[in-house]
Design a protein around this ligand. Structure first.
Ligand SMILES: Nc1ncnc2c1ncn2[C@@H]1O[C@H](COP(=O)(O)OP(=O)(O)OP(=O)(O)O)[C@@H](O)[C@H]1O
Length: 363
């Protein structure tokens, strides 16, 4: 085993012709299921989001999205995980019909993003990376104004606003000017705003960016409640690996391509790479033995290429890490190297990213 990325494809990768097995097909999610607040999907459109070979090049030649396939079922929480500039926001813009694809196709609840942009926009709610609230209006006024812009009557706008403020846990702050709300409260209000027209699919571009851990946890409670109570399909982007763990399925995107797609647990199980870390009396000599005797590719503390791995000691990625410990200890003892500590850690989503791209998502 080595630390080099394997050449085996992701279980459901984006293929060049976009004609492989549907991602998520094996999930056994219900199709066309009526639920809660009338979020049923039209028969014949089993996917909330469906994209084939979707691509977007910007003027100047940046190929931001390079042939992405997606199949998201109604009611799923789906995350797009990837480093800065991977193409996450651009994909959201394409799926919300805010930007035009240069190739490929996409449908949201059956509406074609190229030929039915208005229908797509009525179907989706969007939480932008940057706030779109009026900070001088109260929480309630923000919702009311936008509900009126969506064409709701005064009575309906008031009632809808009250319902969504309650859902966001903001009833007691409804008369507070937005500028006095915390970052997390504002984000929940923005989510409420994005839900005013009762969208079936909610896109969230970095919903927790810039928030402290407590506020991030509250946003996730709120999103889980949305999923449970309204069965809203949630499609979100994030850089936070631990947040992707909350999702039913994730796609890892790198340089405009999906490199891995599936439920987080399965993606991690698939790569079967544990991190085995040793702290010894001579880490440099240990790394040499791991390399020369066992054919492993160790990272040593201070190794800039793999910053995550090198906090302390020597780290290697191996299948079934625990089974390596006895033979490594014997080999090191034979060279008079004392082993102070050994630990093994199961794969993370960053390891999944590393496995498919050869680098850390954080690098
Ligand atoms: N309007 C634009 N014009 C030209 N290039 C753009 C435009 N928007 C994005 N890009 C480029 O397209 C690529 C993908 O950008 P995008 O914003 O989709 O990535 P991202 O994964 O959302 O990144 P981040 O996590 O930083 O938000 C980047 O190289 C970016 O510089």
């Amino acid at each position: 085993m080595t630390t080099r990325p394997r050449t085996s494809p992701a279980r459901r990768t984006t293929s060049a012709d976009g004609r492989e097995r549907e991602p998520g097909q094996e999930q056994g999610h219900e199709q066309g299921h009526e639920h809660g607040h009338g979020h049923g999907h039209e028969p014949g459109h089993p996917y909330a989001i469906h994209a084939r070979a979707l691509a977007k090049s910007y003027p100047g030649g940046t190929e931001a999205v390079r042939g992405v396939d997606l199949a998201v079922r109604p009611g799923e929480t789906f995350a797009f995980l990837g480093p800065n500039g991977a193409g996450k926001s651009t994909t959201i813009s394409l799926l919300c019909a805010l930007a035009r694809p240069t190739a490929g196709e996409a449908h949201v609840c059956g509406a074609d993003v190229r030929t039915e942009p208005q229908r797509v926009r009525r179907t989706v709610g969007l939480l932008f990376q940057h706030s779109a609230l009026d900070s001088n209006l109260t929480a309630r006024q923000n919702l009311y104004v936008h509900a009126r812009l969506y064409g709701l009557s005064r009575a309906a706008a008031g009632a809808r606003g009250a319902e969504l403020l309650a859902l966001a846990g903001l009833d007691d702050r409804q008369r507070a000017p937005v500028r006095t709300l915390s970052g997390g409260m504002r984000r929940r209000l923005e989510i409420a705003r994005a839900l005013l027209h009762d969208p079936r699919v909610l896109f969230l571009d970095e919903p927790t960016v810039g928030l402290d851990p407590h506020a991030r946890a509250q946003i996730w409670d709120h999103l889980h409640a949305l999923r449970a109570e309204r069965r809203t399909t949630l499609f979100l982007t994030t850089h936070y690996l631990e947040e992707a763990e909350h999702c039913d399925r994730i796609a890892i995107i790198d340089a405009g391509r999906v490199v891995a797609e599936g439920p987080p647990r399965e993606l991690k199980a698939e790569i079967a790479d544990d991190r085995l870390r040793l702290r010894t009396s001579d880490d440099a000599a240990t790394a040499g033995i791991l390399r020369d005797t066992f054919g492993l590719s160790p990272a040593v503390a201070g190794d800039a290429a793999v910053p995550d791995e090198a906090d302390a000691g020597v780290t290697v990625r191996v299948g079934e890490g625990a089974t390596w410990i006895p033979q490594l200890c014997v080999a090191l003892a034979a060279r008079d190297i004392a082993v102070h500590a050994v630990s093994t850690t199961p794969p993370t989503l960053d390891d999944v990213f590393f496995h498919h791209t050869g680098r850390s998502i954080r690098a």
